[in-house]
Design a protein around this ligand. Structure first.
Ligand SMILES: Nc1ncnc2c1ncn2[C@@H]1O[C@H](COP(=O)(O)OP(=O)(O)O)[C@@H](O)[C@H]1O
Ligand SMILES: [Mg+2]
Length: 405
């Protein structure tokens, strides 16, 4: 359905013993029309043909950190292959000794499990020898909004950010998908007035059934062309889905869209780490109150510690009121408390936000040039795109993304 935008193809050779890893790689590259993927069951077999390896654009090899033989086999393969492609190693552990050993072997990059698909795609695109454009094209730009406190405004900001991204491309709208991962109290579908169509219970018994066709059935489209993945709410049901289902869903979405925006729940689930590791920008949304700032700071530290600084959370303080001579927190207070991660303060404007939500439209449509959109635009869009995308959104019913084919 999705048409390849370019003709150059990347040849990705993978050696993996871990079946889950192999499956996840297959999901990342296997569905792509830009990539020829070959997965060889690991550990690295002695008889792997160096000529085959040499043809690859990039090789991805899983090595068990405690198995010296696997390191020797990888070293030999790289040494024996004339014109060896860059190798990305995936290990189950990582420390200085392993890092040194991999450097001696001359791998181009190393990732530690669990590896999110977009993290792997990024690593491959970074190291791959030409042509790399086809690999890079697989990379969606992924933004996640995570609440530090209840009612911080995550859904509001995620919806508006997705709309800004959708309209950031001038005439051609980039394929943009908003994914509501707050399965219990999701509000994206309500805010945009679309019917939620994701049925995770149907996918759960057989996650591998989830393919592009099924994904299409479970997508909803806003009149603007924004794709929305949202499940009907189950407020009385507190359940967590099999992380494989969620991971599979995210893999598919990141391969099929240019921009993906996640509305994250406050509760930490078994799949949360994976989502955060896979995103390009992680925004933590807090509120300008003393406890709000404290909880925001705590969440930033907890994430940095938990994910080994592999993601860099950025803090947005929402509903900020700037009053020069009135009591309340000032911008300098926020800066002092949050420090470097503070990237933006979004103004408080309840009348504007409420009207947009009630009508299922963007803030820009309600009041063009409003200050909330202005701040978000600075945060989300690269400089050259910030002036664009102010067209009214009414009445444009476009089937995007999947209609790109
Ligand atoms: N910048 C803002 N100014 C005024 N009201 C806001 C702003 N952002 C969000 N709100 C309001 O705050 C409430 C919670 O927003 P919501 O996006 O649903 O938060 P969350 O998803 O974090 O629970 C809603 O009533 C919304 O209208
Ligand atoms: Mg919400």
């Amino acid at each position: 359905m999705l048409s390849p935008k370019r003709t150059d193809r990347a040849d990705v050779l993978v050696v993996a013993a871990d079946e889950d890893l192999a499956r996840s790689i297959e999901m990342t590259f296997g569905v792509s029309q830009h990539v020829d993927l070959e997965i060889v069951p690991g550990p690295l077999p002695a008889g792997l043909d160096p000529a085959r390896v040499a043809r690859a654009t990039v090789a991805v090899v899983e090595v068990a950190a405690q198995d010296a033989d696997q390191f020797i086999a990888l070293e030999r393969l790289i040494a024996d292959t004339i014109d060896c492609p860059p190798v990305v190693a995936i290990t189950d552990e990582f420390d200085q000794t392993i890092a040194r050993r991999l450097m001696q072997i001359r791998v181009a990059d190393c990732l530690q499990k669990p590896v999110s698909p977009s993290e792997l795609a990024r690593a491959c695109a970074r190291v791959a020898r030409k042509p790399t454009a086809s690999l890079r094209e697989e990379e969606a730009q992924i933004f996640a909004f995570l609440p530090a406190v209840g009612g911080a405004g995550v859904t509001t900001l995620a919806v508006q950010a997705a709309m800004l991204l959708l309209h950031s491309g001038g005439k051609v709208k980039p394929a943009t998908c908003l994914v509501d991962l707050d399965f219990q109290h999701g509000a994206c579908a309500d805010y945009l007035d679309v019917e939620p169509r994701l049925n995770l219970s149907e996918i759960e018994p057989q996650p591998e059934r989830l393919d592009r066709q099924l994904l299409e059935v479970m997508l909803s489209y806003h009149a603007s062309g924004l794709a929305v993945i949202a499940a009907p709410n189950c407020p009385a049901e507190m359940r967590s889905f099999d992380p494989r289902v969620v991971t599979r869903l995210l893999d598919l979405v990141s391969v099929n869209f240019d921009y993906v925006v996640f509305d994250m729940p406050r509760t930490w689930f078994s799949w949360t780490d994976n989502v955060l590791l896979g995103c390009n920008k992680l925004f933590i949304v807090g509120q300008p109150t003393v406890p709000g700032l404290r909880q925001t700071k705590q969440l930033v530290s907890a994430i940095c510690e938990r994910l080994d600084e592999r993601v860099k959370p950025q803090v947005i303080i929402n509903r900020f009121v700037q009053k020069l001579f009135a009591p309340g927190l000032r911008y300098s207070d926020l800066q002092r408390t949050i420090g470097e991660p503070l990237v933006s303060c979004i103004p408080n404007d309840y009348a504007l936000v409420r009207e947009a939500i009630d009508r299922g439209v963007t803030l820009e449509e309600v009041r063009p040039g409003n200050r909330i959109t202005l701040q978000l635009r600075k945060l989300i869009l690269p400089q050259e795109k910030q002036a664009r995308g102010r067209a009214p959104l009414v009445g444009k019913r476009l089937r995007l993304s999947f209609a790109r084919s």
